[in-house]
Design a protein around this ligand. Structure first.
Ligand code: NAP
Length: 266
């Protein structure tokens, strides 16, 4: 897969999980990387472990600091003079019943998992348009296509990404700007440990499904393939319940809804 050689790729959420694995996979292909998230030590660790740390830069970024997203985008463009691919990946999950989840938590998840992506996209779009090239890669989720108990804010944000980026793709395809939406199933990362509960504290507990999920390195391989093929949308993960649920949901949504209801806490 030679298509990433010397490409400038900005990855958010690069300090762990899928973003970290993507950093290693892109670097091994000879890409020039900009790694972003909040934790400098973790980003330094990832940079050091990349195949080409000398062509890997770090820009600290808190996706919840909306007033700084424009300047961070300018810094990212300035890092290597341009950007070819933006990977919107940083984010958080949530585990709480709708009835128990405050509006504050609903808004926080939406701000992080949806509005920050939109803001960074808006700031980067003039750059892509001027170059008549660019590729937005958006890490959504199976939860962006269907809904299960305890994930209302997360699923809402992920569904919203599909609406926004499908519209954007239609608007900018004539400018040769591409959009790839990824819908991962279970990937073995810290997503469950970091998920927000009803009072905003971290769940701090592993999930059996995530533990049995696809290794992030293998997920990264699937993601690179989907990007190089310019896929509009691509499932990432093992063949299993989640991939089957996605497929069945397209044709028999009622069946998936009835199955999902069985997982509601009694
Ligand atoms: N793992 C799965 O099964 C799965 C399935 C479907 C979709 N996804 C999606 O994959 C993406 C990556 O998640 P992951 O599974 O790799 O989980 P993870 O290991 O918990 O990684 C989350 C990343 O997001 C960053 N992040 C969190 N809050 C942030 C903030 N306020 N500002 C900037 N960065 C922030 C974290 O970095 P810092 O803490 O350093 O800021 C970290 O790098 C997410 O969008 C998630 O929804 C994951």
């Amino acid at each position: 897969m030679n298509s990433f050689l010397n490409k400038v790729i900005w990855i958010t959420g690069a300090s762990s999980g899928i973003g970290e694995a993507l950093a290693y996979a892109f670097s091994a292909e000879g890409a020039l990387l900009i790694l972003s998230s909040r934790r400098i030590e973790e980003l330094e660790r990832v940079k050091k472990a990349c195949a080409h740390p000398e062509q890997t830069k770090i820009i600290l970024l808190d996706l919840l600091e909306s007033s700084l997203l424009e300047i961070r985008t300018e810094q990212a463009i300035a890092a290597f003079g341009h950007i070819d691919i933006m990977v919107h990946n940083g984010g958080i999950s949530q585990r709480s019943l709708v009835m128990e989840t405050s509006m504050e938590i609903q808004r926080q998840v939406m701000e992080l998992d949806y509005f920050s992506y939109i803001a960074l996209t808006n700031h980067l779009l003039p750059h892509f348009a001027a170059r008549r090239s660019g590729h937005f890669v958006v890490v959504s989720s199976v939860m962006g296509k269907l809904g299960t108990p305890m994930r209302s804010a997360y699923a809402a944000a992920k569904h919203a990404l599909h609406g926004f980026f499908d519209c954007l793709r239609a608007e900018v395809s004539a400018l040769h700007i591409k959009v790839t939406l990824l819908t991962p199933g279970y990937i073995r990362t810290n997503i469950s440990l970091n998920a927000l509960t009803k009072d905003g504290t971290k769940l701090g507990a592993p999930s059996a499904n995530i533990e049995k999920g696809l290794a992030p390195e293998l997920a990264a391989r699937q993601i690179l393939k989907a990007i190089s093929k310019h896929k509009y949308e691509s499932y990432i993960g093992k063949f299993g319940t989640e991939s089957m649920a996605l497929w069945i949901n397209r044709f028999f949504p009622g069946f998936v809804i009835r199955q999902a209801s069985k997982f509601a806490p009694k």
